[in-house]
Design a protein around this ligand. Structure first.
Ligand SMILES: Cc1cc2nc3c(=O)[nH]c(=O)nc-3n(C[C@H](O)[C@H](O)[C@H](O)COP(=O)(O)O)c2cc1C
Length: 212
């Protein structure tokens, strides 16, 4: 199998890549990522998605201001006061925090964003996102396969009205994720998660699955 196409290798090494080079990304690669998004499933195959590609520095900067505001108000304090998640440790969590802060400050400098939007009407239900996040994950996997870095980001939703207006998203549609994409400064590598057995049950809640 040619390098970069084994889906398991791609999934296991698809770290959140938050430090990105400003170098432009060829449209041909963006097209491949978008096609991967469009192949995803959606409820009833309704395909009510729109993918807004943003390169305009002014629009990205307007959104970054809210993204940073939400960091200062919510995310930064939460990182400072919460324990490392499963599969991490204090040092790794500190590095994650630093990377999150870096992306916050440089969000708008990613050469291209894909904003995943959905026509979800005025009162979206809890299940609405399930028709857009499969496309988002496909695009992240495609970017990784092409050697491009990205991260699923949703923090802008803290200021959804303001950022959707800044991005010109019309009524009836909402943004569900922003994927800042660029060539990564660092290397892809194994993701850290807790033991599988801690989160999988067999034939009853809390019962271990000895087969894994
Ligand atoms: C629903 C969702 C929202 C996220 N929002 C953000 C975000 O706004 N900013 C950010 O830097 N990372 C965001 N992330 C990325 C997670 O923080 C990341 O997946 C996690 O730190 C694990 O990173 P790793 O895959 O490199 O181990 C989000 C991930 C998910 C699934």
């Amino acid at each position: 199998m040619p390098e970069g196409t084994d889906v398991f290798e791609i999934m296991h090494t698809m770290r959140a890549m938050r430090r990105l080079k400003p170098d432009p990304v060829p449209d041909e690669l963006i097209r491949k990522i978008l096609l991967a998004g469009q192949t995803a499933a959606s409820g009833g195959n309704t395909q009510r998605w729109r993918f807004l590609v943003l390169k305009d520095p002014e629009v990205k900067k307007k959104v970054q201001v809210y993204y940073k505001k939400a960091f200062d108000e919510v995310v930064g304090p939460r990182y400072a006061s919460s324990p490392p998640p499963p599969g991490s440790d204090a040092a790794r969590y500190k590095r994650q925090h630093a990377a999150v802060e870096y992306l916050t400050d440089h969000y708008h400098e990613a050469p291209v964003w894909i904003v995943a939007c959905l026509e979800d009407g005025p009162n979206p239900t809890r299940s609405a996102g399930s028709s857009i996040y499969p496309a988002v994950q496909n695009m992240l996997l495609a970017a990784r396969a092409l050697g491009l870095g990205s991260t699923l980001t949703t923090r802008h939703i803290n200021y959804e009205k303001e950022v959707d207006a800044a991005m010109g998203i019309p009524p009836g549609f909402h943004s569900y994720a922003i994927l800042p994409i660029g060539y990564p400064m660092g290397r892809f590598g194994p993701v850290g998660r807790g033991p599988l057995g801690d989160v999988v049950y067999l034939d009853g809640w809390g019962k271990p699955y000895p087969g894994i």
